[in-house]
Design a protein. Structure first.
Ligand SMILES: [Zn+2]
Length: 425
């Protein structure tokens, strides 16, 4: 009964709203108006009807239609005034799509039908979500309002990470990758996340402050050549996010990441005063991978070896880890195994200053809350790395922008700016 009543009430409201809007014919401003496309004269060509999907359901509006003979384009000025010029979805439904599109397009379509009684096809969800994401991408570049100094935590963290996202074949053609034939099936999404961790658990370990995490990510280059005048697209993104969150002005700063060189290049160049920390979670993953290579998986011996190395890592005993790896290197004959073991020694050596975990702990610094790793999963993995998904760079970046905006609690602000911008134009 309640669902039936809601449907009736919405249908009645839709009818009243359509009647109200259709009674207003002030959008007919005479036989001519300047063409929106070329500025030439566009001729009045009657009132045209179109059905829109609104929060109240389907709504058929008749609007003054103008046609330009010079460029053979036509349009209804009212659609623009009402925010209906993006297609057949109303602003309220577009906003609902933005909220629903955190799940797959097909699931979003089902959600909209189940919760709001709206018929929006998966393809339409996709188009709308991508258009929103592209608008957010533009907005993100322009909207860099530094956080007020009073809101800065005494210690702020900036995490950088990369994760591969499956691409359509045309998007990776000719790019070198990790496939057996040297080709690539993925592109790397680079993620920047900023958070604070002033809280402590019962053991005195820093805990990430609820609601303090923000994300910004894209498939973007982090490489800068010596000849480049400007810094890489991703470095600029990191700078914007750091500025927005006040990371660049916090009394104490720490950059967390895994061993990837681009991460430490950005950290060193843009935040030279920040403490560099290899995320402990990543470092342990590295050692576990070596254990798997040495002993196979599953293996009790391998588990025991990894557990011992993890404990040494926590205790800051890098020399012990290197000694254990050297012993393995001497004992093994397989070329691949030896190479990987040698690489791991190199990784530990290159990052030794970033792995002084007992020192960091004594300074009250967070060394691994798996925030960065979880960020990659939450912001990227759960949505973009699902089975059977293949993206274009453009599509992936739009959806990543939309997700980061929502997960960072910025969607409402974005929407307000969008409405204001429309009202002004
Ligand atoms: Zn024209």
């Amino acid at each position: 009964m309640e669902v039936a009543c809601r449907r009736q009430a919405l249908a009645l409201a839709a009818h009243l709203l359509a009647e109200h809007l259709n009674a207003d014919t002030s959008d007919d401003i005479g036989p001519w108006r300047p063409c929106d496309h070329c500025g030439g004269p566009a001729r009045y060509a009657g009132r045209h009807a179109k059905t829109f999907t609104t929060a109240l359901g389907a709504l058929t509006l008749t609007r003054a239609y103008y046609h330009c003979a010079a460029c053979n384009q036509g349009g209804c000025p009212r659609d623009q005034a009402l925010g209906l010029d993006g297609g057949s979805l109303s602003p309220a439904v577009t906003r609902m799509v933005g909220t629903a599109a955190l799940v797959s397009f097909a699931e979003s379509s089902e959600l909209l039908a189940a919760l709001a009684g709206l018929a929006v096809e998966a393809k339409q969800v996709e188009r709308t979500a991508e258009a929103l994401g592209q608008a957010i991408t533009v907005d993100e570049r322009q909207q860099v309002v530094p956080a007020p100094a009073a809101e800065l935590a005494p210690t702020m963290y900036l995490g950088l990470d990369g994760t591969g996202v499956p691409m359509r074949q045309t998007e990776v053609a000719g790019r070198p990758g990790k496939q057996a034939d040297g080709s690539s099936k993925t592109r790397e999404v680079k993620l920047c996340t900023v958070w604070s961790a002033e809280g402590r658990d019962e053991d005195g370990v820093p805990v990430r402050d609820a609601g303090s995490v923000s994300y910004s990510a894209a498939i973007e280059s982090a490489a800068t050549r010596d000849t480049d005048q400007t810094c890489s697209a991703f470095a600029q993104r990191v700078e914007r996010e750091a500025s927005r969150r006040g990371f660049d002005r916090a009394p104490r700063r720490a950059v967390l990441g895994d061993g990837a060189p681009w991460i430490w290049n950005i950290a060193g160049e843009y935040f030279p005063a920040a403490i560099q920390i290899v995320d402990r979670f990543h470092a342990k993953e590295h050692l576990s991978a070596v254990a798997k290579l040495l002993y196979g998986a599953p293996s009790d011996l391998g588990d025991a070896w990894a557990t011992a190395r993890h404990a040494e890592l926590d205790a800051g005993q890098l020399h012990q880890i290197v000694a254990a790896l050297r012993a393995q290197y001497r004992a093994r004959r397989h070329a691949v195994t030896r190479t990987e073991v040698r690489k791991c020694i190199g990784y530990l050596w290159a990052n030794r200053r970033r792995m002084r975990y007992p020192t960091f702990r004594a300074q009250g610094l967070c060394t691994s809350t798996a925030v960065v790793e979880a960020g990659c999963k939450v912001a990227i993995g759960t949505r973009l790395k699902r089975a059977g998904m293949h993206w274009t760079v453009r599509g992936a970046n739009a959806i990543i922008a939309l997700r980061c905006c929502k997960l960072s609690g910025r969607f409402e602000d974005f929407w307000e700016r969008r409405v204001e911008h429309r009202a002004a134009s």
